[in-house]
Design a protein around this ligand. Sequence first.
Ligand code: AMP
Length: 381
Amino acid sequence: MQQGAAKRPTIGIVGGGQLGRMLTLAAKPLGYDVVVVDPGTNCPAAQVGATEITANLYDEAALKELASRSTIITVEIEHLDTHVLEALEKNGAVIHPAPATVRLIQDKYLQKAFLREHSVPVADFTEVTSTADAKAALKNFGGKMLLKTRHGAYDGRGNMVTQSPADIAKAFALFEGKQLYAEAFVPFERELAVMVARSVDGDVQAYPVVQTIHERNICVEVLSPAPVPAAVQEKAHELAVTVANLLKGAGMYGIEMFLTEAGEVLVNEIAPRVHNSGHHTTEGNRTSQFEQHIRAITGLPLGDTRLIAPATVMVNILGERNGDTEVKGLSDALAIPGVHVHLYGKSPTKVDRKMGHLTATADTLDQARQNAHAARKALSI
Ligand code: AMP
């Protein structure tokens, strides 16, 4: 442990946004103090009692300070300086997941190559360094593909569907200066996700498979459990456990997948952290993904992942305009049975910024969806 380590057990989180906030809310009842590094003052995690070190996530001094004040470090985001974390780890800091895992995942091309190397089914993909490479890939992939930035992409920023040399030129202009790769377009039947926890002791627990629905490449809705046959659920579950076991370090992992029309399950992407596809677990499952993450990284037994309610639907509350944050309609939303609202305390509101989410639990997915949509409609932010 670093010199000057905290006396009380303290979780240090790189990032204090909504995920850091919900991790803080899960860590405190288990007796942990929480310190976060975040660039914004009074970040979402600080508002619920985390101590904040206000700094950029790439700030070496801030990460060192975080290590000196924490017993265990974790992350809420993969876009950070893994070299600093790796150096801290070498000096004895306990970091979950392993910085090497975060480094692998933060380069989407290397992540995909790693998965393919380990025989995990993924869409066809290839490295591209020039428009000539991209044109060749387009031909190989049957005339429709995505150009994706290798680093720094989130919520769909960094992806472009391309079907022609003109699209390729557009993507190269838009992503100028960034390393890219190309991926075959998957005409998926639906998207699935599995949240899976691995504890420091190597115990692995997956949550029931969910369906995720994206608009403009942003997750807008999650249906739990996924309305797919048991055989598909089993395949997705097995794949998620396999992937989690390939990665070093404890904690939650979000495994995003495509279900193809032929019934094949392909892994799209890994998140080395709690994830939007697991927000429903706070109301829908016996242990939330946030508590599970804290349990996993601190060596506590993993909690029961089973469903509490027959159906839970999560809908993201995305910003509808740019400006000050003002929430209206909370009372109407909460009057709907089984609805819970989580606001992240972010200001300002921006178009498509994740400002909060809500869940609706019900006896059927149809009812939960109907209630979740009615609640979302009642709210304005
Ligand atoms: P990503 O950030 O790369 O996971 O992509 C965000 C969203 O874009 C996914 O959830 C899909 O809806 C869509 N997408 C990404 N890759 C592909 C692909 N190869 N084929 C079809 N849609 C994709």
